[in-house]
Design a protein around this ligand. Structure first.
Ligand SMILES: [Zn+2]
Length: 296
C-alpha cells in the first residue's frame, strides 16, 4: 500500500512539473524555440495590430528635432522590415534605449513616439544627455504579433552566439555608443508594472528609482513574472544569485550581458493583459524620466 502511495506522489509531482519544465525550456533554455514569427498562446495577452508604415511615419515626423535613420533592413517573405535609430545629441552621459525586442509586446514599441514628444517638449531636462533609441528591435515579430523573430528565435536569449540580427545590432550599438545606462522596454504577464535593475545599477540609483515609482499614480507589481515577491513594489533588485542561476542554465540575456560589462541597465515590464494601451505605455516613460532626473 505504502509503495502505491509513494508511486502516486512521484507521478503527481512529475505531472505538476511538466508545465513549469516545458515553460523553462521554451522561454529560457532555447535561443530559437520556434521556426518563425509564430503567435504565443501560453498567456492571456491583449494585442492590437501595429501598422509598421504608420509607425515609420510617426517616428520620422520627429526628424526636425532628432537624427533619425534606418539602422538595419531585414528581408522576410519578400518584404523589407526596418529598425530605426534615433539620436538626440548632448554633451554628457549616454543613454541607450531598445524597444520591442519581443514583437508581441507592442506597447513597448509605441512608447517611443511618446518619449520623442516628451524630450522635444522638455529639452532642458534632457540637455546633457546623448540618447540613442533603436526601435523596433524585432520588426518581423511586431508585424506578426510574435515574441520571436523571423527565424523563431528569442532575441533576448541570444547574447552568447549572436545568431539574430537583433542581438548583433544591440551588441554593435553598445560597442559604438558606449552607454552609461541602458533601458530595454518590455511587457510581461505580471499584475502591474515593474522594472528589473541589474546588479550593475548603483544601489543609490536603485533606491531613487524605487522611491520615484512608488510616488506616482501607477499600479506597481508586488511580484515578478515568476510570482516571486518583490522587496520593493515595482522594482526587482537583481542579486548575484540570479546570475549564478543564469550561468548554471546557460541563459544569455541582454541584462546579463550588460551586467557582465558593468553597464547599469533597467528592463521595464508593463502588464500585457491591460486593454488600456496608454496605461501600459505611461510607466516606461516615467522610468526613463526618473533615471534622467536621478543622474542629473
Ligand atoms: Zn519581453
Amino acid at each position: 500500500m505504502k509503495k502505491y502511495l509513494a508511486l502516486a506522489i512521484v507521478v503527481t509531482v512529475l505531472v505538476l512539473m511538466i508545465k513549469p519544465l516545458s515553460f523553462l525550456t521554451k522561454y529560457y533554455l532555447h535561443e530559437c524555440p520556434e521556426k518563425s514569427s509564430v503567435k504565443q498562446d501560453d498567456f492571456e495577452m491583449y494585442l492590437e495590430p501595429l501598422d509598421l508604415e504608420k509607425y515609420k511615419q510617426d517616428i520620422f515626423s520627429f526628424d526636425k528635432v532628432f537624427d533619425i535613420s534606418v539602422a538595419e533592413t531585414l528581408a522576410y517573405r519578400e518584404q523589407d522590415f526596418e529598425i530605426y535609430q534615433i539620436d538626440k545629441n548632448g554633451d554628457g552621459q549616454n543613454m541607450l534605449i531598445f524597444a520591442a525586442t519581443h514583437g508581441s509586446e507592442f506597447a513597448s514599441a509605441l512608447v517611443v513616439s511618446d518619449l520623442l514628444n516628451e524630450i522635444a517638449k522638455n529639452p532642458e531636462l534632457y540637455e546633457a544627455w546623448n540618447i540613442r533609441i533603436l526601435t523596433p528591435i524585432n520588426p518581423v515579430g511586431v508585424k506578426h504579433q510574435s515574441r520571436y523573430n523571423e527565424d523563431g528565435c528569442d532575441i533576448n536569449r541570444d547574447f552568447q552566439h549572436f545568431l539574430t540580427k537583433g542581438a548583433k545590432l544591440q551588441r554593435q550599438t553598445i560597442d559604438e555608443f558606449n552607454p552609461d545606462v541602458i533601458v530595454s522596454l518590455h511587457e510581461g504577464p505580471q499584475d502591474g508594472f515593474f522594472v528589473i535593475a541589474e546588479n550593475s545599477v548603483p544601489p543609490d540609483l536603485q533606491k531613487a528609482i524605487a522611491t520615484d515609482l512608488q510616488s506616482v499614480n501607477v499600479a506597481l507589481a508586488r511580484k515578478s513574472f515568476f510570482g516571486i515577491p518583490l522587496s520593493d513594489s515595482g522594482i526587482w533588485h537583481k542579486k548575484p544569485f540570479v546570475y549564478f542561476v543564469q550561468k548554471l542554465f546557460g541563459i544569455h540575456t541582454l541584462g546579463r550581458y550588460a551586467n557582465e560589462r558593468g553597464i547599469p541597465m533597467f528592463t521595464t515590464e508593463s502588464n500585457w493583459k491591460v486593454r488600456d494601451v496608454n496605461e501600459r505605455k505611461k510607466p516606461h516613460l516615467l522610468l526613463i524620466k526618473s533615471v534622467v532626473e536621478s543622474y542629473n
